[in-house]
Design a protein around this ligand. Structure first.
Ligand code: PMP
Length: 444
């Protein structure tokens, strides 16, 4: 009998033949696991087994799955106005969301561009910076400066500011804009900044500032580049040098924003303000794709004086009401709940439970900041060899590069978190040379 609803069976054979997954081969795909549903911090897999989610679906699902507040908001929005073009029209979900974003970000950030995904928010930020300098009559300031080991997305402009060695530069070299790279920051989160880093950074500013529109960086945590936490003092120097050399500062908080590393925004650790801020991932609590690029009045003014006089970007699904309603609901949860205590408790527990892993044979480092817990191995991990092992331990953890990490939803219980840290330790302890050979593409 025909039904208006599609089959709920998970046809893995079709999936394998016809559907790309992130960073995979279509002719020799790595295996994927069917998932039927998700609730709280648990995923129910195709075979009925339940695993605890240690990833928050790539750091987005901060309130857990199936949260009634977000679902109600989305259901209401779906039946009222699921989508309408944003050209020439506006609506309450976008306005309410942007009010909140203006309120919770730095005082100087007042103008919001709603984008479809993190990569697009980065593209938008870069275009804003370029148009800004056109408006100021500095037509040559069109390049970007950044640090090595960064990750900002998979679209072309975003790729151009990802790490030139681990990123996709070698593959798309001919087509990528050539950007300016400084060395990655070397001082750890709680260390004073390494003065050699600052000297190296200033040397690059001094040499190239005339061509540079903006400096883009992930504040405090370089995420997909290996979950590295660096000294907030480094960011203070970045801000100082941007001012000194007339370069705009773009902070990419797509991974760090909304409490993930213990502050609502990572820049709060450094007490600095961006000229342009990129948000995504947890913006909607991980329920639907949406991102935002927030800029200062000054940036908006500069763009108005550019030859185009308007900002040249406007995607079809810009300001999608359904996504805005989800984001507003997620932000209202954050603003009314004590997420700080939850994140602090997660950090504490991870500290206690993961610390011993530093003594395991192949472990290079163990580090924790906010609700991010990392065991760094001495070699890259072959995820296709290990994925089933994690599932067998009752958890969904997906390492990349040489890091086994968790970024659990903030609502995780202490028992669930123990199961995650236990599984990480068991796998890190018993990892063998076969499981550490293949290089996995970095993602997140
Ligand atoms: N910037 C950062 C810091 C990210 O971590 C990511 C995604 N991992 C992106 C940008 C790109 O976001 P999206 O995958 O939504 O395009």
């Amino acid at each position: 009998m025909n039904s208006i609803f599609s089959a709920t069976e998970i046809d893995l054979a079709f999936d394998k033949q016809h559907i790309w997954h992130p960073y995979t081969s279509m002719t020799d795909p790595v295996s994927v696991t069917g998932v039927k549903s998700a609730q709280g911090c648990e995923l129910t897999l195709a075979d009925g087994s339940i695993v605890i989610d240690g990833t928050s679906s790539w750091w987005a699902s901060i309130h857990g799955y199936g949260h009634p507040h977000i679902i109600n908001a989305m259901q209401h929005q779906l039946s009222t106005l699921s989508h309408v073009m944003f050209g020439g029209l506006t609506h309450a979900p976008a306005i309410n969301l942007c009010k909140r974003l203006v309120e919770i970000t730095s005082p100087s950030l007042t103008k919001v561009f709603l984008a479809d995904s993190g990569s697009i928010a980065v593209e938008v930020a870069m275009k804003m910076a370029m148009q800004y300098w056109q408006g100021k009559g500095h037509m040559q300031k069109q390049r970007m400066m950044t640090v090595k080991r960064g990750y900002h997305g998979d679209t072309f402009a975003a790729m151009s500011v990802c790490d030139p060695d681990n990123g996709m530069h070698t593959m798309f070299n001919e087509a990528l804009s050539e950007q300016i790279f400084a060395p990655a920051p070397t001082s750890a989160f709680n260390e004073p900044v390494n003065q050699q880093d600052i000297a190296a950074l200033e040397a690059v500013f001094a040499e190239h500032h005339q061509d540079i529109a903006a400096f883009i960086i992930e504040p405090v945590m370089q995420a997909a580049g290996g979950m590295h936490f660096y000294s907030p003092q480094y960011l203070q120097h970045v801000r100082r040098l941007c001012d000194k050399y007339q370069v705009l500062l773009i902070l990419d908080e797509i991974a760090t924003g909304f409490g993930r590393i213990g502050k609502l925004f990572a820049y709060e650790y450094a007490n600095i303000e961006a000229d342009i801020l990129c948000l995504g991932k947890a913006l909607t609590g991980g329920y639907i794709s949406l991102a935002a690029t927030v800029c200062s009045d000054d940036v908006a003014q500069g763009i108005s004086h550019s030859p185009a006089s308007v900002f040249m970007h406007g995607p079809t699904f810009m300001g999608n009401p359904l996504a805005c309603a989800a984001a507003e609901a997620s932000l209202s949860l954050l603003q009314t709940q004590d997420w700080q205590s939850n994140v602090a408790a997660i950090a504490n527990q991870m500290q206690q439970q993961l610390a011993e892993a530093i003594d395991y044979p192949h472990v290079k480092d163990v580090r924790i900041l906010g609700a991010v817990g990392v065991i760094e191995m001495d070699k890259p991990i072959n995820i296709s060899q290990l994925q089933q092992d994690f599932i067998d331990q009752g958890v969904w953890v997906r390492p990349f590069g040489n890091v086994i990490y968790i970024t659990p939803p903030y609502v995780i219980s202490s028992e669930q978190l123990t199961q995650l840290t236990q599984a990480m330790k068991t796998i890190a302890k018993h990892i063998n040379s076969q499981q550490t050979q293949a290089q996995t593409p970095s993602n997140g």
